[in-house]
Write a protein that binds this ligand. Structure first.
Ligand SMILES: Nc1ncnc2c1ncn2[C@@H]1O[C@H](COP(=O)(O)OP(=O)(O)OP(=O)(O)O)[C@@H](O)[C@H]1O
Length: 328
C-alpha cells in the first residue's frame, strides 16, 4: 500500500541544506494501522507533509522514494497530488479548525468535498454526509451538519473532520495527533473510531503521535522517530515487550499503567533532542542515554532482531536492561 524508502527532507537555509528527516523507511500494508511516534520536533509532521505533497518545494528538498499503491510520489506534480489528496490519501489534524473554514456549515463543507471528487449532486452528497456523520458516532447528524465549526464541541468537530477525510473513501488516512487536544473519554472514543476504519472502510491509517499510550491502543506496527531518524521499527506487540533502543524504552516508561496503582511520578526523559542543524553523525540520543559509550559517536544503521524488528543502537537487546518505573 505505502512504501517509504530512504526518505530525506532538508530545508534550504543560508545556502545550505539542513536535514529535517534523514533516510526514513517504513511500510504501511493494506488495512494496517502504523504509528509514527516520537517527541516534538523529531520529524513526524514533516514526513506526513511529504507523503501528502504539502511541502513547499521552494524551501524544502525531498529525496528518496514514497510509493503509494505502486505510484511514485516523490517528484509528483502538484496537480497530480491534488487529485490524490482527499481521494486516495486523506489527512486529519490535531486541530479541526485547520480543516474547516469558519464561514460555512460543517455539512456544506463535507458535501463540497464529495461533489468535487465524486461528482454527486448536492442532495446525494448530503445523504452521504449524514451517513458518514452517523458512522462516526455523531448523535444528531442533521444538527451537526447544519452547524458552523465553532458551534461544535472539540469531540464533535474531530468526528466531523474524520467524516470529511473519509468522505471519498481514502485508502490511506494520515492522522496527525488526532486526539491530543481532547479529553480522555473523547480521546478513547476517537481512537476506537480510527481502529474501526479498516473494518468499516477498508482504510489503512498512519497514526502520528508523541504518545506511546495511543500507539499501544491502536497500532499494529510502529516507527519510533528520534531527531529526524528512525531509532526503532517493528510490530508494536514485540516492541512493547522487548524494546531494542533505549529511547523506545524511555518512551514506554512514560506511559501511565492502565491497572494497579499509578506511580507517584512517571519518569521523564531529561534533556531535549538536538535541533536539526546540530545533530551528531552518531546516535543523536547518546547525550541523553544512560547506556551511552564511545562507540555511539559513530553512525549506526538500523539492524535487526529479525527482518521486521530493527533498531539503530550499538548495544544488543541483551545488554539493555531497563529500569521499571519507581513508585517513590
Ligand atoms: N518550514 C520549516 N522550516 C524550517 N524548519 C522546519 C520547518 N518545519 C519544521 N521544521 C523543523 O523540522 C523539525 C521537525 O519538525 P516536525 O514538525 O516534523 O516535528 P514533529 O515530530 O512533528 O513535532 P510535533 O509533534 O511538535 O509536531 C523541527 O526541528 C522543526 O523545527
Amino acid at each position: 500500500m505505502l512504501e517509504v524508502r530512504e526518505l530525506s527532507v532538508g530545508v534550504r537555509s543560508g545556502g545550505r541544506l539542513v536535514p529535517l528527516v534523514e533516510r526514513i523507511s517504513f511500510t504501511v500494508h493494506a488495512r494496517e494501522i502504523v504509528g509514527l511516534v516520537g517527541e516534538s520536533g523529531c520529524g513526524k509532521s514533516i514526513t506526513a507533509m511529504a507523503l501528502m505533497g504539502l511541502l513547499d518545494s521552494s524551501v524544502m528538498h525531498v529525496e528518496g522514494s514514497i510509493r503509494f499503491r505502486g505510484q511514485e510520489l516523490v517528484g509528483l506534480s502538484p496537480r497530480h497530488f491534488r487529485k490524490l489528496r482527499g481521494r486516495a490519501l486523506a489527512m486529519v489534524f490535531q486541530d479541526p479548525m485547520t480543516a474547516f473554514t469558519p464561514v460555512y456549515t460543517v455539512g456544506w463543507q463535507i458535501d463540497e468535498q464529495i461533489i468535487v471528487h465524486e461528482g454527486l449532486s448536492r442532495r446525494q452528497a448530503r445523504q452521504r454526509t449524514l451517513g458518514l456523520l452517523a458512522d462516526m458516532g455523531v448523535p444528531d447528524p442533521q444538527r451537526t451538519a447544519d452547524s458552523y465549526p465553532h458551534q461544535l464541541s472539540g469531540g464533535l468537530r474531530q468526528r466531523a473532520m474524520i467524516a470529511m477525510a473519509l468522505s471519498c473513501r481514502p485508502q490511506l488516512l494520515i492522522a496527525d495527533e488526532p486526539t491530543t487536544a481532547l479529553d480522555v473519554t473523547v480521546q478513547a472514543q476517537i481512537l476506537d473510531l480510527l481502529r474501526n476504519l479498516r473494518r468499516d472502510y477498508g482504510s489503512s491509517v498512519l497514526m502520528i503521535t508523541h504518545d506511546m499510550g495511543v500507539v499501544a491502543e491502536t497500532c499494529d506496527a510502529v516507527a519510533v522517530f528520534y531527531a529526524g531518524r528512525v531509532a526503532e521499527i517493528g510490530p508494536s506487540q514485540e516492541m512493547f515487550s522487548r524494546p531494542a533502543h533505549p529511547y523506545t524504552a524511555a518512551l514506554l516508561a512514560s506511559i501511565p499503567p492502565l491497572i494497579g496503582p499509578r506511580p507517584h511520578r512517571l519518569p521523564a526523559i531529561a534533556g531535549a533532542p538536538p535541533p536539526p542543524a546540530q545533530r551528531p553523525v552518531g546516535c543523536a540520543f547518546a547525550s541523553r542515554c544512560s547506556f551511552a559509550r564511545d562507540t555511539c559517536a559513530k553512525p549506526v544503521a538500523l539492524h535487526g532482531m529479525n527482518p521486521e524488528h530493527q533498531a539503530a543502537c550499538v548495544l544488543s537487546p541483551d545488554q539493555l536492561v531497563f529500569p521499571v518505573p519507581c513508585d517513590d
